[in-house]
Design a protein around this ligand. Structure first.
Ligand code: AMP
Length: 284
């Protein structure tokens, strides 16, 4: 399939407006590239629900709290374009930094985020979600999609963007797409290519631990489940940043799970230099 590529927002806006005039609905999948099947699952979900699918590739500097992570983030636009040509993507938006941030300091949304803005990724990556909200707000302003597709893989991110969309009354619906996994359960991630063979094998303990905990819920003492899980991951040589059983809507940590309660179990850990995150929902 062919795709149309835009580097300038002005050109993209013009093209998308023409599609809208024809009555087409617009689906949008923002990414940082190094595309894999997880990204493609969002594109395919968009193609099913919308007439035109726009994917963006932009490694957003403002969301990296770790400079080294930004420098080593995998980038390969040529192979990404080939991947997109085999997908249902219609339009690629691949802007430069000055296109997204034409002014020194762009607008940073600051919605009321409650627990979601304080725990887990927010606590361990200071400023990260300010950068994520900044870039998604800007991209939504350019693309003005009917539907935004985001992955469950970054559960807290989609929750925060959902809250931002509501707070700023943005006319875009957010759809969360389930996490794509390897056959051994490992969640697909652009950062997986940075893992050496041994760390890659060891890292499967993350999804295994999440599923072990899930299989034991509801449980009287969630703290003991979390502790057991942290030890299980540490035994494989990974450094756990957090392992948290939390409420799906607020991300408030739970010490007890009641029947019927909607829960997300989230983990972040380092395998050497590589930081990995994953989560599962309970119940399914
Ligand atoms: P990224 O390029 O890492 O910023 O991710 C772009 C989008 O793809 C985000 O909405 C992610 O949540 C989503 N995504 C990343 N990995 C996966 C995966 N394994 N399954 C589903 N969606 C994913």
């Amino acid at each position: 399939m062919s795709i149309t590529i835009f580097k300038r927002s002005e050109d993209l806006i013009h093209h998308v407006n023409e599609e809208k005039k024809k009555g087409c609905s617009i689906g949008f999948v923002p990414t940082m590239g190094a595309l894999h099947q997880g990204h493609i699952s969002l594109i395919e979900a968009s193609a099913i629900q919308c007439d035109v699918t726009v994917c963006s590739i932009f490694v957003n500097p403002t969301q990296f709290n770790d400079k080294k992570d930004l420098e080593t983030y995998p980038r390969n636009l040529c192979s990404d374009i080939k991947v997109l040509m085999d997908s249902s993507c219609d339009i690629l938006f691949a802007p430069d930094v000055h296109e997204i941030y034409p002014h020194e300091s762009g607008f940073v949304p600051s919605p009321e985020l409650s627990w979601a803005g304080k725990v887990m990724e927010a606590a361990h990556r200071p400023g990260h979600y300010d950068g994520v909200m900044q870039v998604v707000y800007r991209l939504l302003d350019i693309v003005k999609p009917d539907v935004l597709f985001m992955g469950q893989k970054d559960y807290q991110q989609q929750l925060i963007i959902r809250q931002m969309i509501a707070a700023y009354e943005i006319k875009t619906k957010l759809v969360m797409v389930p996490t794509e996994r390897e056959a051994d359960g490992m969640a697909l991630s652009s950062r997986n290519v940075k893992l050496d063979e041994e760390s890659r094998i060891k890292a499967t303990i993350l999804s295994k631990t999440l599923h072990d905990i899930k299989s034991q819920l509801p449980h009287e003492d969630v703290n003991s489940l979390q502790e057991k899980g942290i030890n299980q991951i540490a035994d494989k040589g990974l450094e756990v940043e957090y392992l948290q059983v939390a409420d799906q809507n607020t991300l408030k940590p739970l010490s007890k799970v009641h029947k019927g309660e909607k829960v997300v179990i989230c983990v972040a850990a380092r395998a050497g230099d590589v930081r990995l995150i994953d989560n599962v929902l309970y119940p399914d």
